[in-house]
Write a protein that binds this ligand. Structure first.
Ligand code: G3H
Ligand code: 13P
Ligand code: ZN
Length: 316
């Protein structure tokens, strides 16, 4: 199957009460781990590429790797998505490069400016058969080079549901990232994790059937930060979104859940373990291989948390 847009995936996910996992890709091992996991679990898949990933890997390499993965993966529906596009030009470039979905994140701009930039991206993308995710409200943590709010302040910046409704109607975007208390990275909460499910409910009431997106959805499993710390790392006081909260959101209007940090943790833990236990090791295959295995198992697990395992065939 060729790359697809997320249109059918989101329609099915909305009705079926599950969310599609969107995993960040920067290199071959990560891509193989994610695609193999989705094949094993027969799950639909969104591969997302940040501007940082484009810079690190060169989009020509990533596109060739993804085209190969698509060929290798039989009937699996796969979306190639730009994560946190910052300008019209970046989004346009990605549409031209063959992405099937782009995110324009102008959430740091005032409302009217966000509407203006998003509408321009929507117009260009739709003309080329590409879908658009937009964002309103402020996510915490580091978004590419935009430093967001952190820690407990995150709850003060949740999406205003009335604004979300006006925004979607004005821009005609295809999905919307809402701020509901999550943030990027491994340090999401200082105290007990809390999400604003009322925001998700209220937005869903105002925009029936419209797919919402949850960013910053890594759970930062203690098992992995403990391994990282045991083998020489230093990640104290990390905290993520409890997996029960992801399952709950995926049964609501949330159709796409973004996970990057958890794969970084799984691979870092695996690599640190090899280096600690075998200090003489210097063949990258012998540490990138275990990293790939760890990421594959992490993704397989997440697909069950989000409820999208076994849903590939109903998403085409
Ligand atoms: O939104 C953040 C994602 O985790 C991507 O991170 O910009 O470091 O590639 P990155
Ligand atoms: P995490 O940092 O929680 O994995 O979030 C990733 C993300 O939202 C990418 O857009
Ligand atoms: Zn994000």
């Amino acid at each position: 199957m060729a790359l697809v847009t997320s249109k059918k995936m989101f329609e099915t996910a909305y009705k079926g009460g599950f969310a599609v996992g969107a995993f960040n890709v920067n290199n071959m091992e990560q891509l193989q781990a994610i695609v193999e996991a989705c094949q094993a679990e027969q799950a639909p898949l969104i591969l997302q590429i940040s501007r940082g990933a484009r810079k690190y890997a060169n989009i020509a390499y990533l596109k060739a790797l993804i085209d190969t993965a698509v060929k290798q993966s039989g009937n699996l529906p796969i979306v190639m998505h730009l994560d946190h596009g910052d300008t019209f030009e970046t989004c346009k470039q990605c549409v031209d490069d063959g992405f099937t979905s782009v995110m324009i994140d102008a959430s740091h701009d005032p409302f009217e400016k966000n509407v203006e930039v998003t509408s321009k991206v929507v117009e260009y993308a739709h003309k080329h058969g590409v879908v658009v995710e937009a964002e309103i409200g402020q996510l915490g943590g580091i978004e590419e080079d935009v430093v967001g709010v952190t820690g407990d302040d995150v709850m003060k910046h949740v999406t205003d549901p009335a604004e979300a409704e006006r925004f979607v109607k004005a821009t005609k975007c295809d999905s919307l990232a809402v701020a509901c208390g999550t943030s990027h990275g491994a340090y999401k909460f200082k105290t007990e994790p809390k999400l604003a499910f009322n925001v998700l409910e209220e937005v869903a009431k105002r925009l029936p059937g419209f797919p919402l997106v949850m960013h910053g959805s890594s759970s930062v499993p203690k098992e992995f930060t403990d391994l990282i710390n045991k083998y020489g790392g230093n990640m104290p006081n990390s905290m993520g979104v409890p997996e029960e909260a992801l399952t709950r959101a995926s049964k609501m209007a949330v159709c796409k859940i973004n996970i990057d940090t958890d794969l970084r943790l799984a691979s870092t833990a695996a690599i640190r373990k090899v280096f600690a236990e075998k200090p003489a090791e210097f063949d990258p295959r012998n540490y990138l291989g275990p990293a790939r295995d760890a990421m594959r198992e992490m993704v397989r697990h997440k697909l069950h948390v989000l409820g999208c395992a076994g849903k590939a065939s109903v998403c085409v």
